[in-house]
Write a protein that binds this ligand. Sequence first.
Ligand code: CLF
Ligand code: SF4
Length: 297
Amino acid sequence: RREADAPGVWERIKDHPCYSEEAHHYFARMHVAVAPGCNIQCNYCNRKYDCSNESRPGVVSNRLTPEGAVEKVRDVAARMPQLSVVGVAGPGDGLFQADRTLRTFELLRREMPDLTLCLSTNGLALPDHIDALKALDIGHVTITINYLDPEIGAEIHPWVFHNHRRWRGVEAARILHERQMEGLERATAAGVLVKVNSVLIPGINDDHMAEVNRAVRARGAFLHNVMPLISDPAHGTVFGLDGRRGPTPAELHVVRESLSNDARLMKHCRQCRADAVGMLGEDQCQTVHAGGGCGSA
Ligand code: CLF
Ligand code: SF4
């Protein structure tokens, strides 16, 4: 079925492999890992792991400077004609040290104006950067939103760092929730195509996902991508060590079906890394991890 129903939207998704299922057969994306730090903690992520451990959530082999990122994109673009999108998706949050991400986008925009630029964020800092993103013509933003209810959020995100201090528990989850909703509303009002990624965690937010879907669609989210938690004790994540498991394919199916009156669900996500390069699912370096590169940060 036609994925876009507003004038001009088709033009903006037709060569984006994540926003259009059809496009992912023909177009490639590349992530540049320019965002090392993060302003929240997710129980499906362990940033303490040595970065040589490739299974660590969000781990990448190289942390790039903005200039290094542009050089890498230049090299990849020269040998990969299908490359249509360059995204910042970690390994931390793209807007925590926003100057690095914005500088990267600025350099890319100047040198390769035909590329679509894409950002993934947990949303905490998003309201502060809408104008800067618009000024750089960043038309695709993904926000990871796992809950609406702060009581549920506190089971997923133990702390956030906001306004120069660390907040914990339900208070932290309330701040993150409010910032996510504000960022989503303001980004969609600014004309950005916002995709929401949600990590499905059985026993925590599975019964809550339909509510999340309704709330984000009501605030203008273009797509909703419900992704399975990948929880392996080897990742050393809190959920992995707690014995929390990801959903079975059947459980994931049931939740997605419960949302299926909403035509715009993304189902072809490959939970890629923060340094993934290539067609979705065909990256040389793809390694699954707990949250999923753009899904987790
Ligand atoms: Fe990257 Fe994310 Fe942009 Fe795509 S990934 S920043 S929207 S260009 Fe895509 Fe990868 Fe799934 Fe993300 S398959 S994890 S949804
Ligand atoms: Fe930060 Fe992403 Fe890890 Fe969550 S999964 S703590 S948003 S880097």
